[in-house]
Design a protein around this ligand. Structure first.
Ligand code: UDP
Ligand code: MG
Length: 136
């Protein structure tokens, strides 16, 4: 039985700023993901606060929201079987220093905050996050 899923991926400001978006897209494509939808946008801090609301009690919340709204981002809907977990694996650990060889964050991440990519962490959150950016 097909287990096709969609997940939300964001190429964050640090990576877009370094013109890494095409290189990162190629990594997704060569790992079996289809890019179903994409847009390059710059969001307001208030939108970042909504997107990352789950983290609102964390000490890094304010900096995180300032950062995500600091420059252009590339938002994508990725699709494949097991897209959510496979994308998390391909991204690597939140802290690039702890990310495995071959992962996107290991290759491109600068620090725990400037870690180049976002990926949904569950099927349920993927649906919410895709709606957040692509529901018209
Ligand atoms: N983050 C941070 N400091 C921390 C933990 C997280 O700046 O100590 C940032 C980082 O950019 C991370 C985002 O907050 O990607 C969301 O954190 P989460 O724990 O959800 O990590 P992710 O799901 O992105 O791996
Ligand atoms: Mg997360």
């Amino acid at each position: 039985m097909s287990n096709k899923e969609q997940t939300l991926s964001i190429i964050k400001p640090d990576a877009v700023e370094r013109n890494l978006d095409n290189q990162i897209k190629k990594i997704f494509l060569s790992n079996g993901f289809k890019i179903i939808n994409e847009k390059k946008i710059k969001i307001e801090k208030s939108e970042a606060e909504k997107f990352y609301k789950v983290h609102e009690t964390k000490p890094f919340y304010d900096d995180l929201c300032s950062y995500l709204s600091s420059g252009p981002i590339l938002v994508m809907v990725l699709e494949k079987e097991n897209a959510v977990l496979d994308n998390r694996e391909l991204m690597g650990a939140t802290n690039p220093k702890e990310a495995s060889e071959g992962t996107i964050r290991k290759k491109f991440g600068l620090s725990i905050d400037k870690n180049s990519v976002h990926g949904s962490d569950s099927i349920e959150n993927a649906k919410i996050e895709i709606d957040f950016f692509f529901k018209d």
